[in-house]
Design a protein around this ligand. Structure first.
Ligand SMILES: *Cc1c(COP(=O)(O)O)cnc(C)c1O
Length: 484
């Protein structure tokens, strides 16, 4: 580097750390984050991407917009309610407040009246049982996958009377002396319909999860049709339990048949097998908006020993796995050693209880949105930014009700707006479909419409790579009647 090299004038770290904005940011974000941002800007100046004079303003600007977490809040303008890539269910205000309240010290395992230790999660459990009277007991773990793993592990038929003692998976307390086992636990079979063995996203397969327990899957029936006799024929001395899984993210149509929970109950009783129903989605009671989506209440009344539910799907709460059902079955699950490894934290318990006890949450609201209101908001947005309104179906998403359209509207923009909006502040995620960028307000809080309009206007007028002239400056009203 020569005397005259402009890189010599790149501001030094110790100087930058004294700037008032940087000092303030360090309090919020921590010294390590601030130093990393400084190093980035210095490096950009060294490479000539910015001038030395731009280093300090760049650092201040980046720190100003940075939050303590690397997660960026997003406006979901896709029309997909339970969007897995966007964190599934947004929490209600009550749940958010409950999380904030529980963030410090909290009486999660202390009875404040006596000062003695209390049981974690009692409040949320009681709330669950009040909401779902068909359940006698409940246990909460980290997510639906954990709940399923725990249920198929803990609920295995007790064949001990026929074979002497069985090496159960649960006892880790010392050597078991009296174990004349006829076969190892690995030989046990989970009986499940071939049509219900789902992959739930990102390559995650329920089949792989369940076989990690050491059990084998005994698949019955075919992809499209499974009958009660298929289950009956599969039952033998190796059978551990009967499992029914809700095919949450796909639908088999045409020549299909599956076996109802009530029919499986008969079989389970006959052979003394636990009956586990993995519902995934999380509707507690029937919802007319999703006529074919099974609910917890119905599955329990139909005879499931336990039902498994995901907290952040249609229930609209935090990530959690709920197991609801008969006392004896739930207790076996709750007291299994694996349950401790899947224990939920206080923030989840707080958010879940608030979700259950307060009616209404963003997932519920988006599902039951007032269509006149959605249409009015969409038309207003279209007018403000000068775009066309088109009919657009929203979706429940990864949460359930596969293939069920949720009629509504969107505004249509050129496809390249999508990337610009996604990287804007606020970040807006739209739906890119058939060469168009569609903005659906179903999952956008009404109070954010103006921010969306401002961002779209910015992108349409300011972006180099976006061509305003490709936007049709008409408000298409002919399409609006479609869903009325
Ligand atoms: C989503 C889902 C799961 C997994 O639940 P997570 O909460 O995502 O772990 C398990 N089973 C079914 C049927 C599901 O739909």
């Amino acid at each position: 580097m020569t005397e005259s090299d402009p890189r010599r004038s790149i501001p030094r770290t110790d100087y930058l750390l004294t700037l008032p904005e940087v000092v303030a940011a360090a309090q919020r974000l921590g010294q390590a984050t601030v130093k990393a941002v400084i190093a980035e800007a210095q490096s950009a100046a060294r490479d000539g991407r910015i001038t030395p004079a731009e280093v300090a303003p760049t650092v201040i600007d980046r720190l100003g917009s940075r939050s303590a977490s690397s997660l960026t809040p997003v406006l979901n303008a896709t029309g997909i309610i339970v969007h897995t890539n966007l964190g599934r269910a947004p929490l209600s205000e009550a749940a958010q407040q409950a999380v904030a309240d529980a963030a410090g010290y909290v009486d999660v395992e202390m009875d404040l009246a006596t000062g003695k230790r209390s049981k974690r999660g009692t409040g949320v459990k009681q709330a669950l049982l009040r909401t779902c009277p068909a359940a006698e007991d409940a246990v909460i773990v980290n997510n639906g996958a954990a709940a399923l793993l725990l249920a198929v592990t803990a609920l295995r038929a007790d064949h001990s009377s026929a074979r002497g003692h069985r090496a159960g998976p649960s006892t880790a307390q010392g050597p078991q002396v009296d174990v004349p086992v006829a076969r190892s636990v690995d030989a046990e079979e989970i009986i499940v319909s071939r049509g219900e063995l789902i992959e739930i996203g990102a390559g995650f397969r329920l089949t792989d999860l369940m076989t990690t327990t050491g059990a084998r899957l005994h698949e019955v029936g075919t992809t499209n049709r499974t009958h009660l006799t298929d289950y009956a024929n599969a039952i033998g001395p190796e059978s551990a339990n009967l499992l029914k899984v809700h095919t949450s993210n796909f639908r088999v149509e045409g020549f299909t048949s599956s076996v109802e929970v009530s029919e499986l109950r008969g079989l389970a009783d006959e052979h003394n097998l636990p009956l586990i129903v993995d519902l995934g989605s999380g509707l507690f009671t029937h919802d007319d908006a999703l006529p074919d989506e099974p609910d917890v209440d119905a599955a329990l009344r139909a005879g499931a020993d336990v039902v498994i539910v995901s907290g952040d799907k249609l229930l609209g709460g935090p990530q959690a796995g709920l197991v609801l059902g008969r006392t004896e079955a739930v207790q076996r699950i709750a007291t299994h050693p694996l349950a401790r490894a899947m224990r939920t934290d206080k923030l989840t318990l707080a958010a879940l209880e608030a979700t259950i006890t307060h009616t209404g949450n963003p997932v519920h609201d988006a599902l039951h949105i007032d269509l006149d209101e959605l249409r009015r908001r969409t038309e207003t947005l279209a007018e403000v930014v000068g775009a066309t309104v088109v009919a657009h179906d929203g979706r429940v998403g990864g949460g359930g009700a596969p293939g069920v359209p949720l009629p509504g509207w969107a505004i249509e923009l050129p496809e390249d707006c999508a990337a610009a909006l996604r990287t804007d502040d606020p970040a807006i995620v739209t739906r890119v479909h058939q060469g168009r960028c569609l903005v659906d307000l179903r999952c956008v809080p009404a109070g954010d419409d103006e921010r969306i309009a401002a961002a779209i206007t910015r992108v349409l007028t300011g972006g180099d790579d976006v061509h305003v002239d490709t936007v049709t400056h008409t408000v298409g009203s002919n399409l609006l009647g479609d869903h009325d």
